[in-house]
Design a protein around this ligand. Structure first.
Ligand code: FE2
Length: 124
């Protein structure tokens, strides 16, 4: 695994002190299991409950797509930056896919690092 990849927590890879942070830091992806080809659908990504103060907050979420059969992955679908106190780490985006693949969300907490989750999505 790459240096950066080895620093990204997932529920499966969290160990030691990070185990207690899994629930509050792992992004939750709400998306259909199957979608129509090139048909717009909504995806929601949220983190928390998590503190939202200047000293400790989820600073951003990135949403990627690993498209089946594509030579170079992933595709960055969106990057959402949150102002502490004012903005909660929850976003909804409209997507349109031509091929099946995997949605991957990464969230960054300024104290507890990078956290990842993923969801397979089938295009029919
Ligand atoms: Fe945190």
């Amino acid at each position: 695994m790459s240096e950066l990849g080895s620093l990204i927590y997932t529920p499966q890879r969290a160990s030691g002190e990070a185990v207690s942070k899994v629930e509050s830091h792992t992004p939750r992806i709400q998306a259909p299991d199957k979608v129509g080809k090139n048909t717009v659908f909504k995806v929601r990504v949220e983190v928390g409950p998590h503190p939202n103060t200047v000293e400790h907050s989820i600073r951003w979420i990135e949403l990627y797509f690993k498209e089946e059969g594509r030579a170079f992955n992933p595709i960055l679908l969106g990057r959402f930056v949150f102002e502490p106190v004012y903005a909660e780490p929850a976003v909804e985006v409209s997507l349109k896919l031509g091929k099946s693949g995997k949605l991957i969300a990464v969230a960054y907490c300024n104290l507890h690092g990078l956290w990842e989750s993923s969801k397979d999505i089938k295009v029919e």
